[in-house]
Design a protein around this ligand. Structure first.
Ligand SMILES: Cc1cc2nc3c(=O)[nH]c(=O)nc-3n(C[C@H](O)[C@H](O)[C@H](O)COP(=O)(O)OP(=O)(O)OC[C@H]3O[C@@H](n4cnc5c(N)ncnc54)[C@H](O)[C@@H]3O)c2cc1C
Length: 410
């Protein structure tokens, strides 16, 4: 088939890879000049397990607090009614302990397995590391994690409750002064550089039936006939199928289905800093649960990521949030990274649906498929959701059930 993909973030690139592997002729339309320039540019890098990652799903991890010094979500200027509607739904999903959580974690596990296969097959070196600690500052934090741990264990994920000494043996760079009540050790967790993986995979798809049309903005998606209208062109370009992977732009590009996609952008930050002293830096990835901040080793750099704000896309960087990232890094790994120069500071959007899970599958319109709304887990979920969409397009049963990940749930 002749298939168009809109968007060359991590989700679009992996979808292109899978569809081309099935023998389709694929064109990826991307408005920017390269792959992974928007949300996939500098995420923390956490792969599965997903549920204990910051902002993975409502009702797991840390409680949502909107006010005070310990607010976990900042409501800034430039918010609209859609933001508030989303917030309302996220909070009710949190109270119901989110029915989509199991489906989300199973997709993340499947995705990691698929990613490992692709990386091995094409010898992709994407600064991967394995193992993760969820750092706990107090006993109540451990208690708050129990529902998430139950879902993880039900999904067959190994999650070990360990004390502070054992945690320090796994991550010897952890500051001896930091208050540490213990940790959850996820020995099978992976992390890696999302943008690097996307770029390597894009290069790998060259000559295999994928054409990347960079600097090409899609204005409209057509169904009957199926195709895309590109900026500056009067005629619809015709395709047998279109897969929408346009991140935050997906809702506005989707033809009217009668149900608007209840998406919002939850903005966050990452700071990537050159390694200063390897023995004082993390060996793999850690998550500070109370702060909803992760620290990841990516080759010769350390990346700290966190913060959550509902605001306009062009809002200025929020200095107190960035200060909190630096402070958290210094609390856990003092001296591990060089913070005086060579920093990459990034603000990006998590394209979130109210239950934290993406939409993977049919749109309800002939020829139009959705692979979007991956929230805080686009990197962790991309390879699995791409394979599942490719199977659906080929009218094959995907290898994992997609219950709870379809359009119908809205
Ligand atoms: C601070 C932070 C930390 C994060 N940490 C993690 C993590 O540890 N693990 C994890 O799994 N996820 C993480 N995420 C989430 C992850 O970054 C996203 O889920 C993921 O990058 C989304 O990928 P995507 O391909 O859907 O979107 P994008 O990367 O945004 O790609 C969409 C693409 O579509 C293009 N596009 C849009 N409109 C058009 C148009 N009209 N025509 C042509 N092209 C168009 C855009 O230019 C863009 O390139 C984090 C996010 C943030 C903000």
């Amino acid at each position: 088939m002749k298939i168009a993909i809109v968007g060359a973030g991590i989700v679009g690139v992996t979808t292109a890879y899978e569809l081309a592997s099935d023998g389709h002729e694929v064109t990826v339309f991307e408005q920017r000049s390269a792959a992974a320039e928007e949300a996939s540019f500098a995420p923390a890098g956490l792969l599965a397990p997903h549920l204990l990652s910051p902002w993975a799903a409502p009702g797991f991890g840390h409680p949502l607090r909107l006010t005070g010094a310990n607010a976990t979500l900042r409501l800034a200027g430039g918010m609209g009614r859609a933001n508030l509607a989303w917030l309302w739904r996220w909070r009710s999903a949190a109270r119901q302990q989110n029915a989509a959580a199991g489906a989300l974690e199973r997709l993340a596990q499947y995705s990691l397995a698929r990613l490992k296969t692709i990386a091995t097959q094409h010898e992709l070196d994407f600064e991967a590391s394995d193992g993760r600690l969820i750092l706990l500052r107090s006993e109540p934090e451990r208690q708050a994690l129990q529902p998430a741990l139950q879902v993880l264990r039900d999904c067959g994920v190994k999650a070990l409750d360990i004390d502070a000494d054992a945690a320090r043996k796994i991550e010897p760079g952890l500051s001896p002064e930091a208050t540490l009540a213990g940790a959850i050790h996820l020995p099978e967790a992976w992390a890696g550089n999302c943008r690097l993986f996307a770029q390597l995979l894009r290069q790998g798809t060259q000559g295999s039936g994928v054409h990347f049309a960079f600097g090409t903005r899609v204005e409209r998606i057509g169904s009957s006939p199926t195709g895309v209208a590109v900026q500056g062109e009067a005629e619809l370009r015709r395709f047998d199928a279109v897969v929408l992977c346009a991140g935050m732009a997906s809702a506005e590009l989707l033809p009217n289905l009668g149900v608007p996609l209840p998406m919002t952008a939850v903005y966050g930050y990452s700071v990537s800093a050159p390694l200063r002293e390897s023995t004082h830096a993390p060996r793999a990835s850690v998550v500070d649960l109370a702060q909803q901040i992760s620290i990841t080793r990516l080759g010769q750099r350390v990346r700290i990521a966190g913060g959550a704000e509902l605001s306009g896309s062009d809002a200025a960087h929020h200095a107190p949030t960035l200060q909190r990232l630096y402070r958290t890094l210094n609390d856990w790994f003092p001296g591990g990274a060089q913070l005086s120069s060579g920093l990459q500071i990034w603000r990006g959007a998590r394209t979130m649906l109210p239950d934290g899970a993406p939409i993977v599958g049919a749109s309800g319109l002939p020829g139009l498929w959705l692979n979007t709304g991956h929230g805080a887990g686009g990197w962790a979920l991309a390879c699995g959701s791409a394979r599942a969409v490719a199977d659906l397009v080929a009218q094959r049963e995907p290898e994992i059930p997609l219950d709870g990940l379809g359009m119908r749930r809205f």
